[in-house]
Design a protein around this ligand. Sequence first.
Ligand code: GLC
Length: 543
Amino acid sequence: MVDKHPAEKHLWWQTGVIYQIYPLSFADSNGDGYGDLPGILGKLDYLKWLGVDAVWISPIYPSPLADYGYDVSDYKAIHPLFGTMEDFDRLLAACHERGIKLLLDYVPNHTSDQHPWFVESRSSRDNPKRNWYLWKDQNRDGGPPNNWLSVFGGRVWEWDENTRQYYCHSFLKEQPDLNWRNPEVQEAMLDVMRFWLDKGVDGFRVDALWHVAKDEQFRDNPPDPDYVEGEMSPYRRLMPTYSGGQPALQEIVALMRRVTQEFPERVLIGEMYLPVEELVRYYGRDGNTGIHLPHNFQLIVLPWQAMDVFAGINEYEASLPAFAWPTWVLGNHDKPRVASRIEPEQAKIAALLLLTLRGTPTMYYGDEIGMEDVNVPAAETRDPVAKAFPKSRLGRDPERTPMQWSAEPNAGFSTGEPWLPIAEDYEQTNVEKQKQDDRSLLAFYRRLLELRRQEPALQIGGYLPAGQKKNVFAFVREHGETTLLIAVNLGGTRARLAVPRHMDVTGEIILGTDPARVGGKIKEYVELSPDEGIIARISPSDE
Ligand code: GLC
């Protein structure tokens, strides 16, 4: 009798790898220039071939698209741009047939200003839905109620002349914030979760979660002494002490978790940009009340230097409560692409870290072929953030451009005019070409994903730091009899790292950024070329 794969004792969202799709830019099936659900369906076999376990799709609900879908006007329907509910049901079934889980984006902090709830709410002060949003009077001087700033520029307060009050919006004025202290809002929003969970959706990525719980007294935020004018977003001028993250957030998260637990094996992933020690609080008290995976953005925010990255990893590992499952992210639709943030030569190192660190990785579409930020001319700008801060790099269009499938026109994304420009290098950088190249980034991702599936040490094994010197660091993943050593060189010069003496090992390289190293032996120290990384199976030294 064959033993069960030990990883089977863990849940899919612990052992699996998540792949984020920005649906407007993945694949366009009808030639209107926007990606859609049938487009995604047509690419499921690619995702299966690549070897991911779950797909998270950014919002696909009806929306005026002021924030490209993060302004939802109906939580229980599909935007016609993406297709129909039947298309969605087909996509969900097709994912499940292939053993791929499907996660949706859940946007609890705000609706669109076109959502019927807000249309009612703003219609009069005594409308039954008035208290579903955050309405406030002017302050004594006739100005806005407090000093809070919107993430997307200006104040959070928008004056409504008709009812002569301000409403609060943490993002665009077209995205009014819901009042989560109102039990009716809680009920309505939890019902949205049930609607999709009932359909069989495997969980949610929860958008802007931290903003949901604001100070009940709406106190002013204090200035941030570390703010640097011109370098940071104007939003950072104030510390967001009172505009989010209040104790009530834990209770709201617990409500969401309770609904999720009405269904087997569903997952909640939370978007919160927080220092590690604050982030880990949202795992909840005991492993039953919190977010399963509060997204950890360390690999996005840390400077790409061995010392900083290694320290960041170890700090995160040390901060996790015993019951918490770690998670890693390299890129998303809000941040410059990894291949542009770091040197393109480091893209394989980034992949190696993402897929060998302990915890659930989330990949961002296109990163597997090394897509870079695309320079979007001002006239073709779409993102409201780019329009609000035209001279900055805060705009998010560059990391949202169409997926590069092939060297065909429009990179095989669409037969029509794509909604955002295609990268100039698409004839070189595309899926079809990299599929045929054994040394490509895509081939490397695929091998890594395959190894992860085969090695319980990578999926569920323990993590141990194994040293850092100059540009190089190493760590160990171990499970049962298996010990894997992962060593990476974040620099552009040759380097050597001694394996800690107590490990006294010999090892064989089983995967590397350079396929020619596979089968090579290591003993006492690891030698790495510029931008090189390896995984070695190690065994006790026989001497
Ligand atoms: C989150 C999303 C971002 C969106 C914002 C407002 O940060 O990731 O894309 O603009 O929330 O919903």
